[in-house]
Design a binder for this molecule. Structure first.
Ligand code: NOJ
Ligand code: CA
Length: 556
């Protein structure tokens, strides 16, 4: 494939950065991060090497689910700025070589959305069928997603004497996508943001949006849910040739392929690899690459244009719901043994560095691993500097603290009084005096400089996003060795999940006379003519090796 085609499919080798406007940078010093703040930090993100910015919900909201409860899909929360400010962010990001995608939350609205206010005012409201109503809740119900706060997926509405469906909180009534008027409205929402310059969407809660029947056991069905997802993708394609749908689909492997549209690749452009993420933590906890290897090898085949989005952390709980109970207990024991570190009985509320006891070797190994996995890496703001969590905050809010820009007041996030901040700044060993952008930016040995190097080499190496992936069998369970081959290019990535140093034997086919260049350390290692080498790896060590044919006039 030529450079012309690969650059069209930009998501195959993007570097995605997720941020919440509210907690990123406060430009008018009212304590709440804003779009002007983001605009003023785009050069920082460009310098880091980000190519795609994912903005968490910025819409008007009563903010009972951190903005995932929306009252107007066509506007910007006035606390963050206005549409003009958003356009400046998009335009400036584009100018710096970054695309912007928005969170698309169309499974539900806030119960304060004018549609729902009308819908619940009378059974005759023109908006009644925008939502899902029943006289009686079904006998068989799914477990609520947030079991700490909800006991049911149905809430009784006293005035109109019916129950409405809500997969998430009761203040988030589910939209009725079986209603063609709602589907039309959803298309307009997509169209609106694309017209404004967005390059696509992170699509919230995709299985819940589609699985009307399976989720609720009801009679309110989409005849062919995947035909609906296909139609959304087709619509996006018509409005924006290269717009993406990056879907939140936390399902077992066997159920994932269909969300890509299988070999046709005509549904979600990308899916987060929730299984890979969970197994990665199991592997780290056990110091055994096995679970992660199995997760990677069990990824379903699909269209070459589809892509996996790899992540170590997001804004939600670090969910371990797809592990067995014993496996989950192992990860809890290793990375979050205290009850306050856990949530919903299935996840952790911590960030990576505190989970790894601040060990720089292990933290770097984890990010090296993440960026070397086949797919597109996604960072959650603050990961690049190694921010920690605030366990004083409730549940998932622990990781949603302000970005730490400098060691000064409020970590440079805002000049407002600390009591007025949207969330307190992390205190203690991971607070701004120890962890901040300003200090790390000047230090070539900092985590920030390390992540910047990883991104530079990721972007220089199409093998990661595009390549054929293969595991190189290892005698030591702690060592993960994999290759990625794309055209003439070949990379070998080595990761030692254990604390003991290891000599890693590798055997590569058809290398001819080649050497191995370590992209990260600059070392050059020899390879025998029949493709063998033994590569030393420190405890928790990592290497990215490029196989370079001698002489290769194209290398630089
Ligand atoms: C998934 C989002 O990631 C989460 O933060 C939110 O609470 C639910 N969807 C409900 O919108
Ligand atoms: Ca502000």
């Amino acid at each position: 494939m030529s450079i012309t085609e690969t650059s069209d499919l930009w998501w195959k080798s993007a570097v995605v950065y997720c941020l919440d406007v509210e907690t990123f940078m406060d430009w008018n010093n009212d304590g709440i991060g804003d779009l002007e703040g983001v605009a003023n930090r785009l050069d920082y993100l460009a310098e880091l090497g980000i190519t795609c910015l994912w903005l968490m919900p910025f819409y008007p909201t009563p903010d009972r689910d951190d903005g995932y409860d929306i009252t107007d899909f066509y506007a910007v929360d006035s606390r963050l700025g206005h549409l003009g400010d958003l356009v400046e962010v998009i335009r400036t990001a584009n100018d710096r070589g970054m695309r912007v995608i928005a969170d698309l939350v169309i499974n539900h609205t806030s119960d304060q959305h004018p549609w729902f206010l009308s819908a619940r005012s009378s059974r005759d409201s023109p908006f009644r069928d925008y939502y899902v109503w029943r006289d009686e809740p079904p006998k068989e119900q799914r477990e609520p997603v947030f079991p700490d706060e909800e006991t049911s997926n149905w809430e009784y509405d006293k005035k109109t004497k019916q129950y409405y469906q809500h997969v998430f909180y009761k203040h988030q009534p589910d939209l009725n996508v079986t209603n063609p008027v709602v589907r039309d409205e959803i298309a307009k929402i997509l169209g609106f943001w694309i017209q404004l310059g967005m390059s696509g969407f992170r699509v919230d809660a995709v299985p819940f949006l589609l699985e009307t029947e399976a989720v609720m056991g009801g009679d309110n069905l989409l005849p062919d849910p995947h035909a609906y997802l296909r139609s959304l993708r087709a619509f996006l394609g018509r409005r924006s040739g290269d717009g993406v749908l990056l879907g939140e689909v936390n399902l077992p492997r066997e159920e994932q392929s269909v969300f890509f549209g299988g070999a046709d690749g005509d549904e979600l452009t990308m899916q987060f690899d929730f299984i890979g993420m969970q197994k990665m933590y199991l592997s780290l906890a056990r110091e055994d690459a096995g679970p992660l290897v199995e997760a990677l090898q069990s990824r379903p085949d699909g269209s070459p244009d589809s892509q996996w989005a790899n992540f170590a952390r997001n804004h939600d709980e670090l969910t371990l719901d797809k592990l067995s109970e014993d496996e989950r207990a192992e990860v809890f024991a290793a990375f979050g043994p205290e009850e306050r570190m856990q949530v919903y009985g299935r996840g952790l509320v911590r960030r990576v560095p505190p989970m790894l006891a601040g060990d720089p070797r292990r933290i770097r190994m984890l990010y090296s691993l993440l960026f070397s996995l086949p797919g597109t890496p996604v960072l959650f703001y603050g990961e690049e500097i190694g921010m920690g969590e605030d366990l004083e905050q409730k549940g998932r809010m622990a990781v949603r603290t302000p970005m730490q820009w400098n060691p000064g007041r409020n970590g440079g996030f805002s000049d407002a009084a600390p009591a007025d901040l949207v969330s307190p700044v992390v205190e203690g060993g991971f607070g701004p005096s120890h962890v901040n952008v300003q200090t790390q930016r000047r230090d070539p040995d900092s985590l920030l400089s390390f992540i910047r190097r990883l991104i530079r080499h990721y972007r220089n190496s199409p093998e990661f996003g595009w390549g054929a992936f293969e595991i190189l069998e290892q005698p030591r369970p702690a060592v993960l060795a994999h290759t990625l081959v794309w055209g003439d290019g070949r990379l070998v990535a080595l990761h030692n999940l254990g604390s003991e140093p290891a000599d890693v034997p590798i055997l590569l086919k058809d290398t001819g006379k080649s050497q191995l260049n370590d992209l990260l350390s600059g070392e050059v290692m020899s390879l025998t003519d029949d493709g063998q080498a033994r590569i030393p790896l420190e405890g928790y060590g990592h290497r990215w090796l490029r196989v370079v044919r001698e002489p290769d006039t194209r290398q630089y």
